[in-house]
Design a binder for this molecule. Structure first.
Ligand code: UD1
Length: 381
């Protein structure tokens, strides 16, 4: 564990940003920046180390110009209970040391739940960025993490209108809920120009819009060898019709290597590459004629960019990407994957309300209003 680089001044409230996995970095980076501009908080960043490969962590942080974490917990991988418990114990230790006024957690990964729980038990306020998403699929670890984190949160920052309905239906006080928009899209807009200029598809000898970009990492898709083999068959079939670029998540790579399907994919013509950092992945999305994915965030990024996105899941916690974006659900029949074709049409970026590149500014406004007013005596001192 490293020592904090930031020391708390006694006048300003202290916020701890808890991040651990790739999507957290993308969501939280613009909030750190927006809060820094207000000058109202001492900010401390804690990286749990849930993601630790350079491609999933350091390279993404560098692309986002994320400030170096003040603490690195180094929890690494493990079964859910073990990983969550390691974050819980290590993060509690930091909280006892730092005693912040608020902890900001983002999204739905194991680190999100563990850090919210540690804070909640110490009666430290929790702010949840991307609150209120619901797939209603309790077999997804992310759904468990979301519901429990929301239940413990004092400030719920939402990115789409249906989140408020989901939260009020669960009895959460609507006064705690603030519709600020999507900070992931703030990062996207900030980096889009650089990503476009990069044209990462050229590195793979491809042209704009001719290829299908594919990602799979959800346990429901990759942990069952039969299902994985069916997906592999479909991808090989798809690659007979269009080039397929597949940045392979470490979890997926391990499963594919175990079953011998990695070699089968490669021999079948699918371009299996290592995970790529943030700018390169945005660039590959910008150049794609279609995207096939089981990711949550990619449904959002593809919609913001207007690239056709086929989500290989029976449900989504992000229905706004279907009603207002370029996302569609494929269900769970792997044969459907082989029927995807790249679109030659120019992408038409969507206009989801408050996905406008300024969500972090609004989130910062909510946090400043809430936590500045909690400390009138200190502020006056
Ligand atoms: C996690 C999130 C998921 C999110 C995804 C983004 C949970 C429950 N899941 O899934 O919601 O969409 O991050 O990528 O928190 N591994 C490495 N190197 C790493 C990280 C992981 O090799 O840097 C391997 C390990 O074998 C590990 C496996 O990937 O066991 C899974 O990692 P884990 O963090 O548990 O979940 P993800 O599948 O990455």
């Amino acid at each position: 564990m490293t020592q904090p680089a930031t020391t708390a001044s006694s006048r300003r409230p202290t916020i701890v940003h808890a991040v651990g996995a790739r999507p957290n970095f993308v969501k939280v980076a613009p909030v750190v920046e927006a809060l820094e501009r207000t000058g109202e908080f001492n900010q401390i960043v804690v990286h749990t180390g849930q993601h630790y490969d350079a491609k999933l962590s350091d390279d993404v942080l560098a692309d986002l110009e994320f400030p170096p974490p003040d603490y690195f917990l180094g929890v690494g991988s493990g079964p859910h209970g073990q990983q969550t418990a390691k974050v819980l114990a290590a993060f509690e230790h930091i909280l006892l040391d730092v005693r912040p006024d608020v902890v900001l957690v983002a999204g739905d990964v194991n680190s999100t739940l563990a850090c919210a729980l540690a804070a909640s038990k110490l009666q430290i306020a929790v702010a949840h960025l991307e609150a209120g998403l619901r797939s209603r699929d309790w077999s997804m670890p992310e759904e468990v993490n979301r519901v429990l984190t929301d239940r413990m949160s004092d400030v719920l920052l939402t990115h789409s209108p249906e989140a408020l309905d989901n939260l009020t239906a669960e009895g959460i006080d609507p006064d705690r809920v603030h519709y600020v928009g999507n900070t992931m899209i703030d990062s996207l807009r900030r980096c889009e120009g650089r990503a476009r200029a990069r044209a990462a598809f050229c590195d793979h000898g491809l042209h704009q819009s001719e290829y299908v970009l594919v990602t799979f990492h959800r346990p429901g898709n990759v942990d069952d060898p039969c299902r994985l083999a069916q997906i592999v068959n479909a991808l090989i079939e798809l690659s007979r019709h269009a080039p397929v670029v597949f940045p392979v998540h470490p979890r997926t790579r391990a499963r594919l290597a175990d079953s011998g399907d990695l070699a089968r994919l490669q021999m079948g013509g699918v371009r299996c590459i290592d995970p790529v950092a943030y700018l390169d992945f945005l660039s590959l999305q910008l150049g794609a004629g279609a995207i096939v994915t089981d990711s949550g965030g990619i449904q959002e990024e593809a919609s913001a960019l207007g690239v056709d996105c086929y989500t290989f899941r029976p449900n989504t916690e992000r229905p706004v990407t279907i009603t207002h974006g370029s996302n569609r659900l494929m269900g769970d029949d792997p044969a459907e994957i082989a029927r995807v074709r790249p679109s030659r049409w120019d992408p038409t970026p969507c206009a989801i309300p408050l996905w406008d590149g300024r969500a972090a500014e609004r989130a910062a406004g909510v946090l400043v209003a809430r936590f500045r007013s909690r400390q009138p005596a200190e502020a006056a001192a």
